[in-house]
Ligand binder design. Structure first.
Ligand code: GLU
Length: 425
């Protein structure tokens, strides 16, 4: 697909959105995507940018940049998280929103894709400052969000606390309780059981499925997991519960290696009593992040931030399987190297879809006002991931391509149909 676009966001050097389009182009060509449909998908439907003046604890006002992009509502209301980080910008938010479109389509959810963010460093802000910032953001986005319109959720730097603030402000402004306008809420406010661990759980299920397909023996398998946040921590815990030896773990404060396999419970307890971080952990030897990513393990799970597996790292990766817990951990350039090395990459838009799948279950429960047990949620989520995995595997085999492009093709099949049924003005 080589169509020039009129409204596409401006091309940027090292643009994440361009990296999404690069993968889309490859899949579109293999799939034979209709050019009109390609045009639609290359342009986010809506991009909102707001300025948020916040009274900081020191008595001075600081103005923060807030974003929300609705990439597509073809398959349903847009769905996607809100990120608090210093590198948040419109290009990144557009890319993440587009990924959500493809992720929701791959996971078979009746959703389009969206994403939001605020450029801030939540670690350097007080709880009061974060509450005011989140509520200001919710107030600015009240016309964008809505239970059947655009449904936010947690992402990097946000969690159930921020979702509760969002919901409270939104409810006040619209004058009614609308719990389904946000997912990843505290259970007390209508959140779903199983939501917090859902992304990590999906990563575990995707790993097991990939092992089955590639004939890897689970009982003797070893893994390295980058990231010990909401995704990484539960991935580590659940992979270990399946008998997979975890030889490397890390968070933003440090990476650790243990030849014999980590005592995962001990690592979790340590972080819990250490401000949530692994800094100073003595259960393994300290290594650096590149050493973790290129360590001698069977399975590598990047579950932290984007662009960590670049061409240089890809050339040195020793794992046979990569399961992308984070969004966009592999650069477009690294894809080719990993492919040529025969490494199977289970792409982000499949591997980390467990979170948004349980977000969907949360939304359904909110709509019905009837709540499920954790076992029910987990069973439905596991079945959904297995089904999505099979569809992607099938499409990649059919088109003799890798799983990333197979995942895009899986999504494009649905999106092309949806766009054509809806028609054009
Ligand atoms: N932020 C998560 C993601 O990237 C979850 C999105 C959601 O639950 O809506 O998949």
């Amino acid at each position: 697909m080589s169509t020039k676009t009129v409204n596409a966001p401006e091309k940027q050097h090292d643009s994440m959105f361009e990296a999404v389009l690069a993968r889309l182009d490859v899949a579109a060509k293999i799939f034979g995507l209709n050019d009109n449909v390609g045009q639609v998908l290359r342009n986010p439907e809506k991009m909102v940018r707001v300025s948020l003046p916040i009274m900081m604890d020191n008595g001075k006002v600081q103005v923060f940049d807030g974003y929300r992009t609705v990439h597509s509502t073809v398959l349903g209301p847009s769905k996607g998280g809100i990120r608090y980080a210093m590198d948040v910008n419109s290009d990144e938010v557009n890319a993440l929103a587009a990924w959500m479109t493809f992720k929701c389509a791959v996971a078979n959810l009746p959703y389009g894709g969206g994403k939001g963010g605020i450029k801030c460093d939540p670690k350097k802000m007080s709880v009061g400052e974060l509450e005011r910032l989140t509520k200001a953001y919710a107030a600015s986005m009240v016309d964008v969000f809505g239970v059947n319109k655009d449904i936010p959720a947690p992402d990097m730097g946000t969690g159930k606390r921020e979702m509760a603030w969002l919901l409270t402000t939104y409810n006040k402004m619209v004058g009614e309780d609308s719990p389904g306008m946000v997912t990843g809420k505290p259970i007390t406010l209508g959140g779903s059981r199983g939501r917090e661990a859902a992304t990590g759980r999906g990563v575990m299920v995707a790993t097991i499925e990939a092992m089955k397909k590639t004939g890897m023996d689970r009982k003797s398998a070893t893994a390295a997991v980058q990231g010990f946040g909401n995704v990484g921590l539960h991935a580590v815990r659940l992979l270990a519960s399946k008998g997979i030896k975890i030889l490397a773990i890390s968070d933003h404060t440090g990476a650790y290696w243990n030849e014999k396999g980590f005592d995962v419970e001990a690592a979790m307890k340590f972080a819990q009593g250490n401000g949530g971080v692994l800094k100073g952990f003595t259960g393994g030897t300290e290594i650096n992040n590149t050493e973790l990513l290129t360590s001698k393990v069977d399975v590598l799970v990047p579950a932290a931030i984007q662009n960590v597996i670049n061409e240089e790292v890809a050339a040195k990766v020793q794992a046979k399987l990569i399961i992308e817990g984070a969004n966009g951990p592999t650069t477009a350039g690294a894809d080719k190297i990993l492919n040529d090395k025969g490494i199977v990459v289970v792409p982000d838009i499949l591997a980390n879809g467990g979170g948004v799948t349980v977000s969907y279950f949360e939304w359904v429960q909110n709509k019905y006002g009837h709540y499920w047990s954790e076992d029910e949620v987990n069973a439905k989520a596991d079945a959904s991931m297995e089904k999505a995995f099979d569809a992607v595997w099938y499409n990649s085999q059919q088109h003799k391509t890798n799983m990333r492009i197979g995942a895009y093709i899986t999504a494009l099949r649905k999106l092309e149909k949806g766009i054509n049924y809806r028609g054009f003005y």
